[in-house]
Design a binder for this molecule. Structure first.
Ligand code: FE2
Length: 273
């Protein structure tokens, strides 16, 4: 990336069309307040991110505007979707620090948790995929032009299958925060992207895990597109000292509780407790 001049001071827009943080903050505040009033009036809490959340600027034009379409024949999607098999996944796939000749830079961490359905039952054999920025906040992707260093020893992609107890585990490095141009001085809190495939490609769920105590939470429109405070807190992993390994890594625990029949698609509806 080539800079043609000094970076603008914080709070100064580069042009009239670039919102500043205070505008984004005001929009988030108003939307959260309206959501809280709706809940107080009896509406159910919104535990998923809103598809149309104006402070998240790029979502305004690209979010689905029509109701979701139920798949009449879920099996038909399998004919054109990716194919994953148990034999394709090796132990190395879940250790993002061992995918290159050298070790990546950064704070080594282990992230573990369980994938559970709404009733608290473990979801076994679930394909869990993650992708993340490196310790400097840079993705190994050509579209990421953030002027932070790439790490030749870190790709930032991993996957594993959950065990009989629904548990998954990854070894990686803590990702850095990165700027994303949603508005002036927009920075994403450190996060790891998670994908779960369910029992069929059409059930894929994608979410993000955050780290406790991140000072960027109040400023991030993506994190705040979940208007329910308790639901936002469920996106944040817990530091687990029991998971930290002496002289090796820090541990974080993050359980993923799948909501409703998407978690257990093969079950009869009456079993959806
Ligand atoms: Fe990201």
């Amino acid at each position: 990336m080539t800079r043609t001049g000094p970076m603008p001071a914080e709070g100064m827009a580069t042009d009239m069309s670039t919102p500043v943080q205070s505008e984004i903050d005001a929009e988030i505040g108003a939307l959260h307040e309206a959501a809280a009033k709706a809940v107080a009036a009896g509406a159910p809490a919104e535990v998923h991110p809103r598809r149309d959340f104006a402070p998240y600027r790029s979502s305004v034009l690209r979010h689905p505007k029509n109701p979701l379409v139920a798949l009449g024949d879920p099996d038909a999607v399998e004919l054109s979707g990716p194919v994953f098999g148990v034999t394709d996944i090796t132990e190395l796939d879940s250790d993002l620090t061992r995918q290159h000749p050298g070790e990546p830079l950064g704070e080594r961490i282990t992230v573990t948790g369980r994938v559970l359905d709404r009733a608290g039952r473990p979801v076994r054999g679930q394909l869990v995929e993650i992708w993340q920025a490196n310790a400097s906040g840079r993705y190994a992707h050509q579209r990421d032009q953030h002027p932070a260093p790439l790490d030749p020893n870190f790709t930032g992609v991993g996957r594993c299958l959950t065990g009989d107890d629904g548990a998954y585990q990854f070894t990686t490095v803590k990702p850095g925060a990165y700027p994303w141009r949603n508005h002036l001085n927009a920075w994403r809190p450190a996060h790891i992207h998670f994908s779960l495939f369910g029992t069929a490609f059409g059930q894929r769920l994608i979410t993000q895990m955050y780290f406790p105590g991140d000072p960027l939470f109040p400023y991030d429109p993506i994190f705040n597109s979940v208007t329910d405070e308790r639901a936002r807190q469920r996106l944040i992993a817990a530091y687990g000292h029991d998971l930290s390994r002496p002289e090796w890594s820090l541990g974080y625990r993050w359980d993923i509780v799948l909501d409703g029949p998407a978690a257990t698609w093969t079950e009869a509806p009456e079993e959806d407790l």
